[in-house]
Design a binder for this molecule. Structure first.
Ligand code: PGA
Length: 231
């Protein structure tokens, strides 16, 4: 495990973009797993800037979003909307090569199975970029029993509120196995509110109550923190 503690979120974004750029330079069609949330926003801004300067080519990259809410794709809070606003074509990805769970289908379990199969058919993730929740969640693998496969999860009302959605709210998320089996994992955390989760990730016991801790043994793990999260 490599741990970088950097001065601020901008430096975290640059380091994460450097990791992605280096991986794509080696394998232009690597399979990429992409996060949602506030933490990755500077990372996406950095990728967009590099793409606009002609320094980064993600056009051959198949990509999978880690999770999606049970909302129509055009809902303002959906992760498809987030993708279109912050990632996607803005960072030079080819929309034809991307997949994200559909959140508005009648059978979310069947959609989770489709997504699991689509990722398996692509050969799994070469590089997963992840945030972590204050409660230690990775993608939407929440504290509690471990789900290895892509699954449907009922989000705590506090998370729904944070997303600006009236509960109840469910999501489809990749399971722990897809993250563990990614060839390379880059975890980003910024801000003091993530200190407890960062401790669980780096130093705590491996504990399903802190899902991030279950990734600690990953051989290709890089953790990129700002000083506020890493102190
Ligand atoms: P955040 O979310 O980046 O908005 O804090 C973290 C996460 O849910 O992974």
């Amino acid at each position: 495990m490599e741990v970088l503690i950097l001065p601020d979120p901008a430096a975290v974004a640059v380091a994460a973009a450097d990791r992605l750029a280096a991986a794509v330079a080696k394998k232009p069609d690597l399979v990429l797993g992409l996060p949602t949330g506030r933490t990755p926003l500077p990372f996406y801004d950095e990728l967009a800037a590099r793409y606009q300067r002609g320094e980064l080519d993600l056009s051959q990259v198949p990509f999978f979003h880690l999770d999606e809410l049970a909302l129509p794709p055009d809902h303002p809070a959906s992760f498809a909307t987030y993708r279109d606003r912050h990632a996607g074509a803005r960072i030079g990805l080819d929309p034809q090569r991307g997949d994200i769970p559909r959140g508005d289908v009648p059978d979310l379990v069947a959609e989770a199975q489709r997504y699991e199969a689509a990722l398996a058919a692509a050969g799994g993730l070469d590089l997963a970029v992840l945030g972590i929740g204050e409660d230690g969640h990775v993608a939407y693998n929440l504290p509690g029993p471990v789900h290895e496969e892509t699954h449907v999860v009922r989000l705590p009302d506090s998370l729904a509120a944070q997303l600006g959605v009236t509960p109840p709210l469910s999501a489809i998320t990749l399971g722990l196995r897809a993250l563990r089996e990614a060839r390379q994992v880059v975890i980003l955390a910024t801000g003091a509110s993530k200190q407890r989760a960062v401790w669980a990730l780096l130093e705590g016991p491996e504990d399903p109550q802190w899902p991030c801790s279950l990734l600690r043994g990953h051989g290709g793990l890089t953790v990129v923190l700002d000083v506020a999260a890493g102190r």
